[in-house]
Design a protein around this ligand. Sequence first.
Ligand SMILES: [Zn+2]
Length: 188
Amino acid sequence: MQKKSVVNEAEQIQLAMQMIELGARLQLLESQTTLSRERLIKLYKEMKGVSPPKGMLPFSTDWFLTWQPNIHSSIFYNIYRFMVEYAGVDGIQAIIKAYTLYMQQVQNPDPAQQDEPVLSLTRAWTLVRFIESKMLTTKVCHCCGGQYIVNSYDLNQNYVCNLCHVPSRAGKTKKAKELSYKLVSMTA
Ligand SMILES: [Zn+2]
C-alpha cells in the first residue's frame, strides 16, 4: 500500500488530468491512478464540463484487426515500443508519451480540421494489454517491411499488411499512402 502524501496525491491528479486531456475513459483513470472514483468523476466534470461517459470498455481484439484501426494501432504500437526500448519510460507514462506522438503524426495540424482520432487513448491502453497478454502480436509485412498488429493465433506466414493488400471497399487513398510511408519509415 502506497503511503498517502500530499505530493503523491498531486502527482496522481496531474496524471489523471493528462489522461483526461487525451480523452481517457473513467475505467482507465481508475486503473492507473490511486484516486477514488468520486474524485475522478469530479475532476473529469471540472475539466470537461460534462460527466464521463458510462458503459463498458471495448474488450474484443477484433477491432484492432479491421482495416483502418489496424493501421492506426500499428503506428501507435511502433512508437510505444520505441519509447519503452529507447526512451527509458514504461507503463502508463510510455502509453501517454506514445499516444501524444501518435496524435501529432495522424492529426491535421489545423485545429479547425481535427476530427476524433481513430485510436483513442483507452483503446491504445487496451492494445498494449492485449499484446502483453499475448492475444495480439506484431508481424513484419513481406511487402513493405513495416510492423503490424496481428492476431497471435493466426499463422500469418508470408504476412502482407493492410496497406499493401487493400480491400477493394477501402480504396488506395492518398491518406493511406501517407500513413504507410510514415509507418515504414518508423520501423525501417
Ligand atoms: Zn505492407
